[in-house]
Design a protein around this ligand. Sequence first.
Ligand SMILES: [Zn+2]
Length: 308
Amino acid sequence: MSDQIKVSRRAALAGAAALPLAAAAGATRAAAPMMGTAMSPFHRIKVGGFDVTTLLAGTRAVEGPHNIFGLNVDADTFAAVSAEANLPTDVSQFFFTPTVVNTGSELVLFDTGLSGAGTTAALEAAGYTVDQIDVVVITHMHGDHIGGMTLDDGSLTYGNARYVTGRAEFDAWAAQDNDNFKAKIAPFAEQFSFLEDGGSVASGLTAMAAFGHTPGHMTYMVEDGGTQLVLGADFANHYVWSLAHPDWEVKFDMDKAAAAATRRRILDMMATDKTAFVGYHMPWPGIGYVEKAGDDFAYVPHSYQLML
Ligand SMILES: [Zn+2]
């Protein structure tokens, strides 16, 4: 989405609970502490012989989702669609989900999250070290995708990696006066190689142009052993307000008409081919299928198909 979004980690611990009445009355058992909601930091599936692991680099509640999704529909429409899907309209939950693919010969990280630490914690929980990352692919250059390029001291988070991004994306941001690009990408420009539509990151990892969200936004096809998975990045950023309503305008889509056309094209492809996808901002663990629903689409969360 945009570089204005920053994860403020939810307090890890609830405040000290008041003593339960039973304790005051002399009972020996105390109630277990309330711990709030929780999610695993990684989720691994198989695509042919590849291990594909989604990483929960961050999640946060965001108020006023109609200020972001459905800019071209009125409040009543937004409320009705949300109610039908059992979603509140005052607040939504955002997820930030880089993906790491082990092809057997290279470990490839797609996007770096909002910060180095957020993504590396999930990466390590998933059983990898930062030193093992061979390739970092940047789908597009919004802050929640390039923020983890560097550590707090400005050095590269993934020091052993080569870097890959779309040519059009790099050129578009390089032509702007953008602080995030200058901090996170420009110092390392020499380490990047650049892809066009159809370009290959590695065997089984192919770039697919999906322009609109940003000028050179890329999605990637992961394919091995006859199984495919789309890494959709930000072509659609909400499972109802974008998938079920691909023409709803999204604040963070830089070219709203192009983004909507791209959304329809990719959704139609995935629904027709019954291809699963990872969405960087889909509900954790970020993996699902697309079904046609009249002229629009419906999101079906992955269950166990890619475990088999
Ligand atoms: Zn994003």
